[in-house]
Design a protein around this ligand. Structure first.
Ligand code: BV8
Ligand code: ZN
Length: 310
């Protein structure tokens, strides 16, 4: 009812024109970011109290960091695996799964590696073929040895090895001082491990997940900064957008700062798509990319997405 919608803080006018348009949409794409899992209890990367505000992810989520300190990087990922395993998909995840089942021409592109969508596909039947993980997932592990192609998918073991049993070690990653000015928000804060309550143990490769095929060191199956996204996924999305006009792109819970994922808003728009941005923060980058005729729904994705897709 419109009262409920008013209660959800969605300006009725926007909602009406959006629902009108949605009825006539066939080819729809959703681009998801960390914001969609925020109310599942998974902190976002850049928001207040976000995960990345306490870590310098651009220095941890890189091949270089893993080469120089695989133990620290594996502790970071083991910590996120542990957190992600506590999280449940929220109403936004289920609403997207429901729309996917209703409409085979609706595809979901997720930047998230926390696996909520993955477990969603097991728990809410999000048709697997319509969900594309752009940055991999925390729950795949793969071998780093040059000639070895070992990969283990959907491995929810926690911890992967005893040395990575983060909660038992009582280790909590320190959070760096909240930086409030806008300028700082863009700079990734330095990881300050000096004040960690429990010194982060120095782990040797022998303590870390090893390849059963070649004994090499395994790594998280995510796309690090400086690494290219899976080419089959990139090709699929580019072809999907190019082959026929797109009717709508929904950009949900992302600061649209990471490329090339952020480029899909622009390519979809140039393929004819109307744009709807769902974000907690009205001033966010994605919001600033809006053009006349777009929609911007401000608020929690877990409240807004089920509302607008009703
Ligand atoms: C590549 C896995 C080159 C790891 C991640 C220009 C062009 C091309 C590349 C670049 C470029 N400029 C810079 C680059 C390099 C880099 C990049 O984009 N850097 C950024 C920092 C500028 N890109 C890359 O390196 C990419 N690779 O380009 O390779 C190449 C090409 C060919 C051959 C070789 C190499 C690889 C990028 C992938 C990096 N990996 N994740 C890990 O997670 O540990 S990215 C990481 O950031 C996550 O996947 C995350 O999803 C993603 C983006 O963050 P968001 O999801 O947007 O989360 P954020 O916290 O930022 O925002 C949350 C939003 O939600 C906010 O807007 C907030 O307001 C909102 N929100 C909060 N709560 C809610 C909410 N909204 C709704 N409801 C709520 N409750
Ligand atoms: Zn191997």
């Amino acid at each position: 009812s419109s009262v409920a919608r008013q209660m959800a803080g969605i300006p009725a006018a926007d909602l009406q024109s959006f629902t009108e348009h949605l009825k006539s949409c066939r080819r729809i794409v959703a681009l998801l970011g960390a914001g969609i899992s925020a109310s599942s209890g998974l902190p976002t990367f850049r928001g207040a109290g976000g995960l990345w505000r306490s870590f310098d992810a651009t220095s941890l989520a890189t091949p270089g960091a893993f080469k120089s300190n695989p133990g620290l990087v594996w502790q970071f990922y083991s910590y996120r695996r542990h957190m992600a395993l506590q999280a449940d998909p929220n109403k936004a995840h289920y609403a997207l799964a429901e729309l996917s089942r209703r409409n085979p021409d609706f595809i979901t592109l997720s930047q998230n590696v926390d696996g909520a969508e993955h477990r969603l596909s097991q728990r809410a039947q999000h048709p697997a073929g319509q969900l594309h993980l752009l940055h991999g997932t925390l729950f795949d592990v793969k071998c780093t040895s040059f000639h070895c192609d070992y990969i283990r998918k959907d491995d929810y073991t926690d911890p992967l090895v005893p040395a990575l049993d983060i909660p038992k070690k009582g280790m909590n990653f320190p959070s760096s001082a909240e930086k409030d000015s806008e300028s700082d928000a863009d700079a990734e804060p330095e990881l300050d491990i000096s004040n960690a309550q429990v010194p982060i143990p120095d782990l040797t490769p022998a303590d870390l997940p090893q390849c059963p095929k070649c004994n090499g060191l395994l790594r998280p199956g995510v796309v690090w900064f400086g690494e290219s996204l899976p080419s089959d996924t990139l090709d699929f999305v580019d072809n999907w957008i190019d082959e026929e006009p797109v009717d709508l792109i929904m950009v949900i819970g992302t600061s649209s700062k990471v490329w090339p994922a952020a480029s899909y808003l622009h390519t979809a728009r140039s393929a004819g798509a109307r744009v709807a941005v769902i974000n907690m923060d009205a001033n966010d980058l994605a919001g600033r990319n809006l053009e006349p005729g777009d929609w911007f729904f401000q608020g929690d994705a877990a409240v807004i997405v089920p509302e607008i897709l009703k």
